[in-house]
Design a protein around this ligand. Structure first.
Ligand SMILES: Nc1nc2c(ncn2[C@@H]2O[C@H](COP(=O)(O)OP(=O)(O)O)[C@@H](O)[C@H]2O)c(=O)[nH]1
Ligand SMILES: [Mg+2]
Length: 361
């Protein structure tokens, strides 16, 4: 399962965001022994809802992402040593909550509400943490490269040096282009600034309907269209209230604030896209289900996501596009219309395809 850690300074709204994620989308929240909390959150997808309405299955299973709520300030966490940093080193992506809301009852992280400075300070801390790892490794590599004359070590030296150059210029590693080989060479360092990042601007209630807030902030911070980087905005206070309401009440409440959709659903989808993930579906009377794969995955990869036996016994994938299936109304009708394709192992699965695997065993 994919994991995203919610990080940020203290009192920015991390736990608020975590709770509304957990509450609103049927997550199973479980507190672990450490102070870090874990919740499994369903990815809302209207396509799955539609398929489920068609099949009326016993079970509908959405794609899901695991979220971690980290305690206190991420800066303290990193400075507390290896143990503190470990919890966020293992995740696939980071969600950095940046405080833009004003509330005199809740002290702002650095004395005043200053999202720009807070973001810069926190990013710098992630960069310094990576730089410490890089410098330690380079020290060792410099000796070994001279001694051992091993070409693999030489290439690692170059890759790590490339990281160092960027980090020294305060460029997070996620913004760099790496070759496949370089990626492999640096994977083991689990660099924090290399992880895909979604910045979550936590807005004042009065700004909640300003859908352009995220884009403006991204432009101001020079983050627009940066690789593996996304910026989104929520108002924690409003989302927390929304999570307590019935659907009808929530609709009315959103209207009163001029909101078109829950910012939370947008946030969850942003995380999903950031990781370059897509969904394919399996349908049937027992179960309709969304599965998560990386964009570019083959039919064989997709089969493996469901079960290793299906992957091993793979014969063919029967594939129909979501829109075609919905328009046809049933698999049989889609078949009759010739919209059903039989594909082999190497077929690249597209977002939204409904797939049935023929397999032996
Ligand atoms: N006014 C306002 N207060 C918020 C908002 N989000 C969180 N808070 C409050 O800020 C305080 C700190 O929030 P919390 O989620 O515990 O922050 P954390 O320290 O980052 O986990 C709590 O009292 C929240 O109720 C918001 O969007 N608007
Ligand atoms: Mg908290």
């Amino acid at each position: 399962m994919l994991r995203i850690a919610i990080v940020g300074l203290a009192q920015t709204g991390k736990t608020t965001l975590f709770h509304i994620l957990a509450h609103a989308h049927g997550a199973q929240a479980a507190s672990s022994r450490t102070e870090t909390h874990v919740g499994v959150v369903a990815v809302p997808d209207s396509r799955l809802d539609r398929l489920s309405a068609m099949y009326n299955p016993k079970k509908t299973v959405p794609a899901s992402i695991e979220y971690l709520d980290t305690p206190g300030s991420v800066i303290d966490l990193l400075r507390s040593g290896a143990r503190g940093a470990a919890s966020i080193k293992e995740v696939d992506a980071l969600a950095h909550v940046v405080r833009a809301f004003h509330n005199d009852a809740v002290p702002a992280p650095s004395g005043e509400v200053n999202p720009k400075a807070d973001l810069e300070n926190t990013d710098l801390e992630l960069i310094l943490s990576d730089l410490a790892v890089v410098e330690k490794r380079l020290e060792r590599l410099e000796k070994d490269v001279k001694k051992l004359k091993n070409p693999v070590l030489e290439r690692e030296f170059e890759a790590v040096q490339k990281c160092k150059t960027a980090l020294e210029q305060q460029i997070p590693l996620r913004q760099l282009e790496f070759s496949e080989e370089e990626r492999k060479l640096i994977r083991g360092f689990t660099f924090l600034s290399l992880k895909p990042m979604v910045y979550v601007l936590n807005l004042d209630e009065s700004d909640a309907a300003r859908t352009e807030a995220a884009d403006e902030f991204a432009a101001e911070m020079g983050l627009a269209r940066k690789p593996r980087t996304a910026v989104t905005a929520v108002c924690g206070r409003i989302e927390a209230e929304l999570a307590e309401l019935s659907d009808a009440e929530a609709a009315e409440f959103m209207q009163s604030y001029g909101l078109k959709e829950s910012a939370l659903a947008r946030f969850i989808r942003t995380g999903y896209r950031l990781l370059d993930l897509i969904s394919f579906f399996t349908v049937g009377e027992d179960e309709c289900r969304a599965w998560t794969i990386h964009a570019g995955s083959t039919a064989l990869d997709a089969a493996g996501e469901i079960h290793s036996d299906i992957q091993k016994g793979f014969i063919r994938a029967e594939v129909v596009a979501y829109d075609d299936l919905v328009a046809a109304g049933s698999l049989n009708e889609a078949k009759a219309r010739g919209q059903f394709k039989l594909e082999g192992k190497e077929y690249v699965v597209h977002d939204g395809e409904v797939v049935h695997f023929r397999h032996s065993g």
